[in-house]
Design a protein around this ligand. Structure first.
Ligand SMILES: *Cc1c(COP(=O)(O)O)cnc(C)c1O
Length: 390
């Protein structure tokens, strides 16, 4: 009999052969635009810290003060001893930020998605889920007792057909990323809302990448499109610069989740210091458009020039930009060559994206200096030529 470890080794070997093996990189300094990674300075193009808030002095000071007053850990679940006024203040802020009646914190966006999808749609319901939705939505659907139907990525004709085909279910839920994490494309929320109205479905939007970025005040895709989905899910771990997730919606929705979402009920509350840092971040995002305009300036410059060089580029509306390479081994080697030039990006491969769709995924931050943008573009150009991608 093959030993347990040998069996796992064989499975890992298969991943290595396909260029799908993953390893950790060690960050040896704070999340600035340039970070010491595995002992080497790299210009980071794959961070979710879109507005540079993770290492902002104002957030650090807010967290330090909260640690002094409230301690380090929250000591319990929200429904037991973990709830502080800092949690409640942040939830009020999130509700006003998302223009909803109420909001509820979860320990992560992942757990918010799982909490919603496993508690609200029931056995006699159906969830219609975009083909490219985030893993946490997929897992939420798996944990739900509802039936799941996948519709083709942002294909409204396919969604409509599947709505027509699912009339036998008691309730229908359409769930979508607001911004798709691997392409940087936006979900067509106005069309989704129209279909939902026509077929009496509810809409759940996971706005992880848009929160703090899109919309006039950074409110996300709902603000950008001026729509009001039934349930908005978000994370504090991207543009907001901290960690934790949330759900925003009606008082009744939040009351229901407080009583039914297992990932809320049975999880230790976020630390008060993270609540305060997040609150401070939302104040900064709400008060000033400066970081957002710098971010969009950088997005425009980088996407336009990569396209001009001849790369096949997806995105441009959000901080996520995908440069298509195709073959997974080639994508890995492209990113390694960029790293040897001091540019840190990630190669995205199956199963995260479809076979033949491997890519270099760049994420952009408002904090890049002009010369850093030039370095990124120059390295892409040289590597693209070296590898005959352009
Ligand atoms: C990052 C992300 C999440 C997970 O959020 P965490 O707070 O990191 O758990 C969920 N959904 C989408 C679309 C994401 O991009």
């Amino acid at each position: 009999m093959v030993s347990f470890n040998d069996e796992l080794e064989n499975r890992l070997l298969k991943m290595k052969e396909k260029g799908l093996y993953r390893t950790l990189k060690t960050m040896q300094s704070a999340p600035e635009t340039e970070v010491d990674i595995d002992g080497r300075k790299q210009l980071v193009c794959s961070s979710n810290n879109y507005l540079g808030l993770s290492n902002d002095r104002r957030l650090i000071r807010a967290a330090q003060n909260a640690v002094e007053t409230f301690g380090v850990g929250s000591s319990g679940a929200r429904l037991t001893t973990g709830n502080t006024l800092l949690h409640e203040r942040l939830e009020k802020k999130l509700a006003s930020f998302k223009k909803t009646e109420s909001a509820l914190l979860f320990s992560s966006g992942y757990l918010a998605n799982i909490g919603v999808l496993s508690s609200i749609p029931g056995k006699s319901d159906v969830i219609l889920s975009d083909q490219l939705n985030h893993a946490s939505i997929i897992d939420g659907c798996r944990l739900s007792r509802a039936h799941t139907v996948i519709y083709e990525h942002i294909n409204m004709a396919d969604l409509e057909k599947k709505l027509e085909d699912t009339g036998q279910y008691e309730r229908r839920f359409i769930v979508t990323d607001g911004v798709f994490s691997m392409d940087g494309t936006l979900a067509p929320l106005p069309e989704i809302m129209k279909l939902a109205e026509k077929y009496k479905a509810y809409v759940i939007v996971d706005d992880a990448h848009a929160t703090g970025v899109l919309g006039k005040t950074g409110g996300g895709t709902s603000e950008h499109f001026h729509v009001h989905p039934d349930i908005i899910i978000g994370t504090l771990s991207k543009a907001v610069g901290t960690e934790g997730g949330f759900v925003a919606g009606s008082h009744t929705l939040i009351d229901f989740l407080r009583n039914h979402a297992r990932t809320f009920i049975f999880q230790t509350a976020m630390s008060p210091a993270i609540c305060t840092a997040s609150y401070t971040a939302l104040e900064i995002i709400g008060k000033s458009t400066e970081k957002r305009s710098r971010l969009f300036g950088a997005i425009e410059e980088i996407t336009k020039r990569l396209k001009d060089m001849g790369f096949n580029v997806k995105g441009g509306m959000t901080p996520i930009v995908a440069v298509l390479i195709g073959d997974s081994t080639k994508a890995v080697s492209f990113s390694q060559r960029l790293q040897s030039k001091g540019i840190y990006t990630s190669a995205i491969r199956p199963p995260t994206v479809a076979e033949g769709q491997s890519r270099i995924r760049i994420t952009i931050t408002s904090e890049y200096k002009d010369n850093e943008i030039e370095r990124i573009l120059e390295s892409f150009y040289v590597t693209g030529k070296e590898m005959k991608v352009i």
